[in-house]
Design a protein. Structure first.
Length: 641
């Protein structure tokens, strides 16, 4: 850049390309940015280009204040690295050009940096290695290494407050906001002071006890909003302006809530709660608190006694009249922990009926795995009528043929041959086509139950006509999490949530104990209905033979208006693709790249913004690790359109 050139002309800085970039592939690196004149803005993005892949660019970010640093593991097909400026309204003329340097780290240095930052990680990695779970230890180490670039929360929040501003709202057209502060004493005074500092001025305070009659008389006013806030909570000065603008722009929405944090004793922001979009099971237990929500009173059923319900119950009632939107901005600050949670309870009740289920098990050889799977299904599962279909994909081993002949002769199983190249989608479609029952369980041959009532729990979830598919908590034999739902966009397309986490390790924000809606679940253990399967066209055997077919199926269900539920009350062991092998041959890598391309082109909008995750959180590091540059801070519902 020439001296004196306007920095707004600078779109990006090429940090490495061609052979220089390819030498960094599949290596840990440190990228240092020096930008004294602020040409790149406060949170530039790194673009990692992968030729021949879709998405071709993986995005990372960092905070730069004069200088900044990023640590990450480069993709194995890297071709170039670029640093792209943050869009900015005001940029001074730059004299000094930003510089970018890249250094490859040794494995020893990468490990040391992780252990210095998170000493407790050593125990987790050693436990995984002791269980010979090298894949798990590698995965957790890489996620921790990627998290080294996560900014300090206080720095991140300060930056967001500086650069993000809500649209102006004309005072003549601004709806009136009724505000009810729940609680008394000094904590109430603290909350009132934060409300007095709001940039949105059309506010009227009203006691909760006086509100019931007022709401009844004004229930039809669409330009009336109501904020319910607990005493002791302070709101960002822009909070009401952000949330009011959201409801103004979405006239059919019933309410909007925001992200929040818990402050220290000194009042400093410390523990953020980055929330998903509307998630009914989490609202019901209180994991997703609704006590700082801006509602349209017109969406509440009338008459309603607002003093008889807590905030979450009121919002659930309002949700029947319109979407409850999530604004992924930290606008509320608690001085004490959020309200206590209600435990996520199993839905299965004693004496519940056991509906008939068709079980579809694709397999190839490995009689030991299939035998254990069937023993668990027939002998260690409480079930009703089972129609078990084994899809035999060219099994060659004598032990497998003997096993299949025996169990078929005993009448426990129907065997359907499927010759040719392994195609999981085709196997499932074939099984569903031959299914005798409406309820369909897709089950891998390397999955075994841990408790007898797991299928009953999944059936209880599917009893809800709004539910399209149900997934289970799958654990590795060493007890670490194999599957707890799917996070879209993680990695590139999707990744299992809390993968290789200790379910009792306290790193899951309590979600491993919560029934919840997710965007997708694995077909290693997936309960659905044949009617739903046929409605959305089943699995895509032409384009997604092995990877992402379950994610694609779940997204089709969600687009049809159905929910995907993950339950921790169905627990099984999964040995994860032991029978199929690894995706490390050239042929398999090319196949995977093709499936990746199909998914991105089909679902890119939702992959970039999983409604069951938060756009302020990383898709490359671990679950709920803070990302320097958020992806999309637009208000969102829990729907996929």
């Amino acid at each position: 850049m020439r001296d004196g050139q306007d920095s707004t002309e600078l779109a990006q800085v090429c940090a490495a390309q061609g052979p220089a970039a390819r030498r960094l592939a599949d290596k840990p690196v440190m990228i240092s940015v020096h930008d004294p004149d602020g040409c790149l803005g406060p949170s530039p993005r790194l673009l990692l280009h992968r030729p021949g892949r879709v998405p071709a660019i993986l995005k990372r970010s960092l905070i730069v204040k004069n200088s900044g640093r990023f640590l990450g593991w480069m993709p194995d097909d890297l071709d170039s690295i670029a640093v792209v400026a943050t869009p900015a309204k005001d940029r001074v003329n730059a004299v000094r050009q930003p510089t970018v340097t890249i250094r490859t780290l040794s494995i020893a240095e990468a490990v040391l940096r992780v252990l210095i930052r998170w000493p407790h990680t050593a125990r987790t990695l050693l436990r995984l290695l002791a269980a010979r779970n090298v894949k798990g230890a590698t995965f957790r180490f890489l996620r921790h290494f990627e998290a080294l670039s996560s900014p300090r929360y206080q720095d991140w929040l300060r930056l967001r407050d500086e650069v993000d501003r809500p649209p102006a709202i004309s005072s003549s057209s601004a709806p009136l906001v009724l505000v009810s502060v729940m609680g008394a004493g000094e904590r109430r005074s603290v909350t009132r002071k934060s409300l007095d500092r709001q940039t949105y001025r059309q506010v009227e305070f009203v006691d909760l006890e006086d509100l019931a009659g007022d709401l009844a008389s004004r229930a039809t006013e669409k330009d009336l909003f109501w904020l319910l806030v607990p005493a002791g909570v302070t709101l960002s000065p822009l909070a009401l302006q952000w949330m009011a603008d959201c409801l103004i722009c979405h006239p059919q929405a019933a309410g909007v809530y925001c992200d929040e944090d818990q402050t220290t004793r000194k009042g400093e922001p410390a523990v953020p709660l980055f929330k998903p979009a509307w998630n009914l099971p989490l609202v019901q237990t209180g994991w997703l608190p609704m006590d700082c929500v801006l509602l349209r009173p017109a969406c509440l059923p009338q008459p309603v006694d607002v003093t008889s319900f807590d905030a979450n119950q009121l919002v659930i009632q309002a949700a029947a009249a319109g979407d409850i939107l999530h604004l992924p901005r930290v606008l509320a600050h608690r001085s004490s922990p959020r309200p206590a949670l209600t435990l996520s309870r199993p839905l299965l009740r004693p004496g519940s009926s056991r509906p008939p289920v068709t079980v579809i098990i694709p397999t190839r050889d490995r009689a030991d795995l299939l035998s254990a799977c069937l023993d668990g299904l027939l002998g260690r599962t409480d079930h009703g009528e089972l129609d078990i279909i084994v899809i035999d994909n060219d099994s060659k081993e004598d032990a497998t043929r003997i096993l299949l002949d025996r169990i078929e002769a005993e009448g426990h199983v129907r065997r359907l041959p499927m010759p040719g190249t392994f195609n999981f989608s085709r196997a499932c479609n074939l099984g569903v086509d031959q299914a005798r029952h409406d309820r369909i369980l897709l089950l891998n041959n390397d999955v075994e139950p841990l408790e007898r009532d797991w299928l009953g729990e999944m059936n209880a979830e599917l009893d809800d006509p709004q539910v399209g598919a149900v997934g289970a908590l799958l654990l590795y034999p060493d007890g670490f999490v194999q599957h707890a739902g799917v996070t879209l966009g993680a990695g590139s397309i999707a990744r299992h949530s809390f993968h290789f986490h200790d379910p009792d390790g306290g790193e899951d924000h309590g979600l491993l104990a919560q029934r919840r809606h997710v965007s997708a679940v694995t077909a290693a253990c997936l309960l659905t209905r044949k009617s739903h399967w046929l409605q959305v066209g089943g699995m895509d055997e032409a384009n997604l033979p092995v990877a992402f077919n379950d994610v694609d199926y779940c997204l089709k269900l969600r687009r049809a208006g159905l929910d995907i539920v993950w339950t921790p009350h169905a627990r099984l062991v999964h040995r994860e693709s032991v029978s199929r092998g690894r995706d490390d041959t050239v042929e398999k890598r090319l196949r995977f790249a093709g499936e990746e391309k199909v998914m991105f082109e089909r679902w890119s909008d939702v992959i970039d913004n999983d409604p069951c995750y938060n756009p302020n959180c990383s898709l490359s590091a671990g679950d709920f690790v803070l990302e320097a540059a958020p992806r999309d801070l637009s208000a969102r519902s829990g729907r996929i359109r």
